[in-house]
Design a protein around this ligand. Structure first.
Ligand code: NAD
Ligand code: UFG
Length: 337
């Protein structure tokens, strides 16, 4: 199949691209390079032996999409492109609604016009808000607590409305938990611009000497060691989840929502210790007050994905740390410009 990957040079998109190529599919990437570098394409080629088709362009640019869709016979799209920083979305909501909501609307319209009826959307566990019970199943109530989360919910709803109006659409909503790690070769990984917002890249930058110490946001949560608990999932497992979702959902009409997580939570301190063991480096830290908007715990019930897609996360927290470290060590300042 020819698969359009919007945001395909980004962190999750690039590793999913590798997974798709290894599964014998033909990805076509559309990315505006707003948060990724062209060097990613060479790295994908180095890992797989295949340089994926690439169009530099914006998902909100209808003419660009129409031209891409006319040139490549696209069977399905995976929509990764978007902005993803929760704090930034609070300060700058309009670019989030524009990129994420308007972007998805333009994409769906262009796919529709081109006769493509299969879309997989990168959603997030953030749509569960402060869930009352763990693990979180797909039936849990949704509730966004910030503009980023609201854009994810809006796009989910828009695609649900589309599938309700036009029953030949196949819409798959994948709610990712906390993706971490990189390719074991060290060639592909997460390359945050500026100070990382997320735990794993922050720890990795402390371990490699780019930052002095980790700040742990709160050690007074109602969790076993007081620090926040999350469902970290290896990005390669996430990539496999996309391949499984495409294989299973292509041609099956209607909307299906899947959690992509491991079903296991790890605390901040557990991740820090696992990273120290994997890297052989000490990771100094200080404890600070809780970060606004954080929940105490969040982990998935991934049973539906296993039952329906035949997919299950395989990789351990040790491997997540090992592969993050390989990437960080080989690319201390990220991808070359
Ligand atoms: P990323 O920033 O690494 O990748 C996103 C890519 O989209 C980038 O390459 C960027 O240049 C591109 N892009 C952004 N806006 C665009 C536009 N208007 N047109 C074309 N390209 C555009 O992010 P990621 O971590 O790979 O996340 C991918 C998707 O998964 C996002 O939609 C994100 O919200 C979602 N998600 C990520 C996480 C996470 O923790 N990383 C968790 C849940 C959901
Ligand atoms: N944390 C620290 N110090 C840091 C960074 C994080 O202590 O420097 C803690 C947080 O307080 C939290 C845990 O580490 O307890 C994980 O935090 P992340 O920022 O890595 O991840 P979040 O669960 O807060 O959020 C991530 C994405 C969101 C997404 C959500 C669910 O950033 O966009 O996962 O998918 F919505």
């Amino acid at each position: 199949m020819n698969i359009l990957l919007t945001g395909g040079t980004g962190y999750i998109g690039s590793l999913t691209c590798v997974g798709l190529i290894e599964a014998g599919e033909h990805p076509v990437i559309l990315d505006n390079l707003g948060n990724s570098k062209p060097a990613v394409l060479e790295r994908i080629a180095a890992v797989t032996g295949v340089r994926p088709a690439f169009v530099e362009g914006d998902v909100r640019d209808r003419a660009c999409l129409d031209e891409l869709l006319a040139r490549h016979r696209i069977d399905a799209a995976i929509h990764f492109a978007g902005l993803k920083a929760v704090g930034e979305s609070v300060r700058l909501p309009l670019p989030y609604y524009d990129n994420n909501v308007h972007g998805a609307q333009v994409l769906a319209s262009a796919l529709h016009a081109a006769g493509v009826r299969t879309i997989v959307f990168s959603s997030s566990a953030t749509v569960y808000g402060d869930a009352k019970t763990m693990p979180i199943s797909e039936q849990a109530p949704t509730q966004a607590t910030n503009p980023y989360g609201r854009t994810k919910l809006m796009v989910e709803q828009m695609l649900e409305d589309l599938a309700a109006a036009e029953p030949d659409w196949s819409v798959t909503l994948l709610r990712y938990f906390n993706p971490v790690g990189g390719h074991p070769s060290g060639l592909l990984g997460e390359d945050p611009q500026g100070i990382p917002n997320n735990l794993m890249p922050y720890i990795a930058q402390v371990a490699v000497g780019r930052r002095e110490r980790l700040t742990i946001f709160g050690d007074d949560y109602p969790t076993p060691d007081g620090t926040g608990v999350r469902d970290y999932i290896h990005v390669l497992d996430l990539a496999d989840g996309h391949v499984a979702a495409l294989r299973h959902r292509c041609g099956r009409a209607g909307v299906r929502v899947f959690n992509l997580g491991t079903g296991r939570g790890h605390s901040v301190l557990e991740v820090l210790r696992a990273f120290e063991a994997a890297s052989g480096r000490r990771v100094p830290y200080v404890v600070a007050p809780r970060r606004a908007g954080d929940v105490a715990s969040c982990w998935a019930d991934p049973a539906r994905a296993e039952r329906e897609l035949g997919w299950r996360a395989q990789r351990s927290i040790e491997q997540m740390c090992r592969d993050t470290w390989s990437w960080q060590l080989a690319n201390p300042t990220g991808y070359p410009s």
